[in-house]
Design a protein around this ligand. Structure first.
Ligand SMILES: [Zn+2]
Length: 118
């Protein structure tokens, strides 16, 4: 995942003949279950000895978004305490009609912007 991001940024930098990459702004959906520390660590390792070395990584987390096909409700994914797992687990029940909701957002991992030094 992270290597794909770094690759895309390097390609973008090349397209613009950038000398250096100063910063990268990522949007990571919470439902990707990517550990932010893990992403940061992988990033540091991957950018070493490239024009991205020393660049700032800014990560914006995005909540999960669900939609109910029954009543049209759309909102953030809700979590409820599950006695079976002892941790809050996402509920796929619509808060309005108790129907089943579908996850429509929060699984993305995208590059929002890249700051280049030309
Ligand atoms: Zn509903």
């Amino acid at each position: 995942m992270t290597s794909q991001i770094v690759k895309s940024v390097l390609e973008e930098a090349k397209k613009h003949n950038a000398k250096r990459v100063d910063g990268v702004h990522l949007v990571i959906g919470k439902l990707t279950f990517l550990g932010l520390e893990q992403v940061r660590f992988a990033y540091e390792v991957l950018v070493k000895d490239s024009i991205m070395e020393g660049s700032k990584l800014y990560i914006e987390e995005k909540d999960g978004v669900v939609r109910c096909s029954n009543c049209g409700y759309e909102g953030c994914l809700k979590y409820e305490d599950n006695p079976m797992y002892h941790v809050p687990t996402p509920t796929l029940n619509c808060p309005k009609c108790r129907g089943v909701v579908k996850i429509v957002g929060g699984k993305e991992c995208t590059i929002k912007s890249v700051k280049l030094a030309i």
